[in-house]
Design a protein around this ligand. Structure first.
Ligand SMILES: *[C@@H]1O[C@H](CO)[C@@H](O)[C@H](O)[C@H]1NC(C)=O
Ligand SMILES: *[C@@H]1O[C@H](CO)[C@@H](O)[C@H](O)[C@H]1NC(C)=O
Ligand SMILES: *[C@@H]1O[C@H](CO)[C@@H](O)[C@H](O)[C@H]1NC(C)=O
Length: 405
């Protein structure tokens, strides 16, 4: 199909009788990906399904045949391409850009291709239009210089928040195409925690050992639910960010449950059922202050989700370039995610002080053992991040952390 036609086709809502609504398909993909990553990662996890949708969407638009089909299946795109999914992404980014003063959202999204190959003009245009992404030519043979080039770009796109994405060792003589996705988000809570209420507390890791970590505390009115599913019990809490555009949903399994087992058994369906069932309640919250920084190569996870073709020689990426020697070598995502009392020193707190003698609130949400979290965009129902915290002691209690307690 003519590329221009394809684009307009993709960007049109065609009012398809989607068998499953977009939010559900997004969530299914997020859960699938989470479970695939869990196969090879045992500890803290943070990744962005939205970011992965972006990079895979970019490739998909230049892919044909089996390569295209596998991506569409895994992303749960409608069988008859409507492009609705990508229109949503596009409006998501415009909305985010408009509200930039309320939070920090930095995204670096690029496709790096070996020099010497030619990218089709229409593909360049289309990507810029829909995915706000860059397509760049580099020389992977010169691995160190190439890593520096990419790192500098990522760093500049994320206001210096994401550094040293590549070392150069990732690249070799056969590297052709590398997908790069880096995301940093920082927002203030709608209701902040008071710094002076943060205390060092025990956190029990999944192996039963204990670490002392800074635990934020507040008594808040917020959405809360207690759910029981096939003999597994969960407390679920929603903490909205300022502006109500984003929320963090924390899923805290009962203390005696194995977090890995929980990860295997949780489904998108459950999660989507919980959200509307949650009620505004007064909850006494204890939540670790933590920062997770993670770089993941998604190749293995995507393989286990049946995206294999784009990684093999001879795959059809003819929408991107005419050469048949191009295939994807790596899909790298780096995310930095931080949770603290408010994020900005000058801001005033609105959280209610929790008296030393515990309050009379009926609900206690004490995240002192491993939990899962999902950060979602409310209007677009996109899942920005999914994470699992097995050990919040990621900074080895650096000076600043202890000093402030
Ligand atoms: C998708 O396309 C096929 C044929 O191309 C058609 O039979 C089917 O009804 C279409 N499905 C939807 C949901 O439009
Ligand atoms: C915290 O853990 C230590 C063991 O590491 C234990 O001795 C102590 O009693 C625990 N504190 C609380 C309040 O449970
Ligand atoms: C991958 O493909 C195999 C074989 O076609 C199928 O059994 C499996 O369910 C697929 N996995 C996913 C996650 O779609």
């Amino acid at each position: 199909m003519d590329m221009i036609l394809l684009w307009s086709f993709l960007l049109t809502f065609s009012g398809s009788q989607a068998s499953r609504p977009l939010a559900q398909r997004n969530t299914e993909f997020a859960v699938d990906l989470f479970q695939a990553i869990c196969l090879s990662h045992k500890n803290n996890i943070i990744f962005s399904p939205l970011g992965m949708t972006l990079v895979l969407g970019m490739v998909q638009l230049g892919a044909k045949g089996k390569a295209e089909h596998q991506i569409r299946q895994t992303l749960k795109l409608q069988e008859n391409s409507t492009g609705e999914e990508f229109s949503v992404l596009k409006s998501f980014f415009s909305a985010i850009l408009e509200k930039k003063q309320e939070f920090t959202f930095n995204l670096a999204n690029a496709l790096y291709l070996q020099e010497g190959f030619t990218v089709k003009e229409q593909y360049l245009h289309g990507n810029k239009e829909v995915f706000q992404s860059a397509i760049k030519l580099v020389d992977f043979q010169n691995a160190k210089a190439c890593a520096e080039t990419i790192n500098t770009w990522v760093e500049s796109k994320t206001d210096g928040k994401i550094k040293d994405m590549f070392s150069g060792e990732e690249f070799g003589p056969l590297t052709r195409l590398v997908l790069v996705n880096a995301i940093y988000f920082k927002g203030d809570w709608k209701q902040k925690f008071r710094k002076e209420d943060t205390q060092l507390m025990n956190f029990t890791k999944k192996d039963g050992s204990i670490v002392k970590i800074p635990m934020m505390k507040a008594l808040l009115r917020t959405k809360y639910g207690y759910f029981s599913e096939s003999s597994m019990n969960y407390q679920v809490l929603e903490l909205p960010y300022k502006g109500n555009e984003f929320s963090l949903i924390i899923i805290l399994p009962a203390e005696n449950m194995n977090i890995e087992e929980v990860g295997k058994r949780i489904t998108a369906h459950q999660f989507l059922k919980w959200l509307p069932a949650m009620q505004e309640e007064e909850v006494e919250i204890s939540l670790p202050r933590f920062k997770i920084e993670q770089k993941l190569d998604f190749k293995e996870a995507l393989y286990s989700l049946n995206i294999t073709e784009i990684f093999s020689g001879g795959c059809d990426l003819s929408g991107i370039t005419d050469s048949s020697e191009v295939y994807v070598s790596q899909v790298i995502q780096k995310v930095v995610f931080e949770i603290n009392e408010d994020g900005s020193e000058a801001a005033t707190s609105t959280g209610i002080h929790v008296p030393a003698i515990m309050s009379l609130a009926q609900n206690q949400f004490i995240a002192n053992h491993p939990f899962l979290f999902i950060m979602k965009n409310n209007p677009k129902e996109s899942i920005l991040f999914v994470g699992r915290v097995t050990n919040p002691d990621t900074q080895k209690m650096k000076g600043r952390d202890l000093d402030s307690l």
